[in-house]
Design a protein around this ligand. Structure first.
Ligand code: UFG
Length: 323
């Protein structure tokens, strides 16, 4: 059985769906602080916090866990700048608790949700995994610290792990049962689509003076189902005896904020008013993945290689959510 922490969240719930589709049994641990009960697709669900060591002990005793996929985390770069204490407690302390419970129960396989935020301002584009890591935010630092913890635990205790450095997860399950739903919403594509729906008056463009072709931030948007599938491949890699690895997950193509808005205009056919706003603290100008290692070693290949169909799935989900 696979323990999925954060399995009621955006990426975690999509990963649970792919695991179930591949025939795995899954138990979800989630405190529902940002996840949704209706996103839990397995009958085995424990509500609770990864900072609670006693609870983790109970979970590992109650279920025959063979591997952990660890999504539970706080995920906002600007919030981490304003409130680093919570980020270190949950993202670092909580992860350490999970690893300690694994160690106590002899569970050796771990798939970790890392982030492109570990890189900071890239020195070259696209970014390969051996690029230096100089995170610009506490959020990115917590992810890098966990990667260091994992390397030490792997060396000393025989834990094997795959750390997946996500670029920008986007879109929603094409079947429409689960999707992107954060409260408050901070991510670009759902915000732009809420403007298109008339739920917000305009999009604030955070920074128009970056050194990018149109001055706005450039990101690599990867469809959440492609991202979720990479987790199953990472697990199979570890189950097959594969060594600990770090992989970038993106499509290898960047879109600026203005380009994202253009695609959203095309998909929705609606007006999207913009307002220029200052840069957001902690934001790098450009993040584009070199995902070739995951493609080569895991046999991963994104089905969505263009932003327009990604936005279409996001748009379908959002209209359903507000229907
Ligand atoms: N943006 C706007 N207006 C908004 C929201 C976002 O202009 O209202 C811009 C951002 O400045 C950025 C781009 O749109 O240039 C994408 O922003 P998101 O908030 O959607 O995503 P981020 O790139 O900030 O964050 C993502 C993940 C984080 C991860 C980070 C790596 O959500 O978990 O990439 O930097 F840490």
């Amino acid at each position: 059985m696979i323990l999925v922490t954060g399995g009621a969240g955006y990426i975690g719930s999509h990963a649970v769906k792919e695991l179930l589709r591949s025939g795995y049994e899954v138990v979800v641990l989630d405190d529902l602080s940002s996840g949704h009960r209706e996103f839990v697709l397995t009958p085995h669900f424990i509500q609770g916090d990864i900072r609670d060591r006693g609870l983790l002990e109970k979970v590992f005793r109650a279920f025959p866990i063979s591997a952990v996929m660890h999504f539970a985390a706080l995920t906002s770069v600007p919030e981490s700048v304003a409130d680093p204490a919570s980020y270190y407690a949950v993202n670092f302390g909580g992860t350490w608790n999970v690893l300690e419970a694994m160690r106590a129960h002899g569970v050796k396989l771990f798939v970790f949700s890392s982030s492109a935020a570990v890189y900071g301002d890239p020195k070259k584009i696209p970014i390969p995994e051996d690029h230096p890591t100089q995170p610009k935010s506490p959020y990115g630092r917590t992810k890098r610290m966990v990667e260091e913890l994992l390397a030490d635990y792997a060396q000393a205790y025989g834990i094997r792990y795959v750390s997946l450095r996500y670029f920008n997860a986007a879109g929603s399950d094409p079947e429409g049962t689960i999707g992107e739903w954060h409260e408050p919403e901070r991510h670009l594509i759902p915000i732009v689509l809420e403007v298109a729906l008339g739920k917000r008056p305009y999009l604030e463009v955070f920074g128009t003076d970056y050194e990018t072709p149109d001055g706005t931030g450039v990101r690599d948007y990867i469809h959440v189902t492609d991202l979720a599938w990479a987790h199953v491949l990472a697990l199979k890699h570890l189950e097959g005896g594969g060594e600990s690895r770090v992989y970038n997950l993106g499509i290898g193509r960047g879109y600026s904020v203005r380009e994202v808005v253009e695609v959203c205009r095309r998909v929705t056919g609606r007006e999207i008013p913009l307002r220029e706003a200052p840069r957001r603290p902690g934001d790098p100008a450009i993040l584009v993945a070199d995902p070739s290692r995951a493609m080569r070693e895991l046999g991963w290949k994104p089905k969505f290689t263009d932003l327009e169909p990604i936005v279409e799935t996001a748009w379908r989900w959002l209209r359903k959510k507000y229907a």
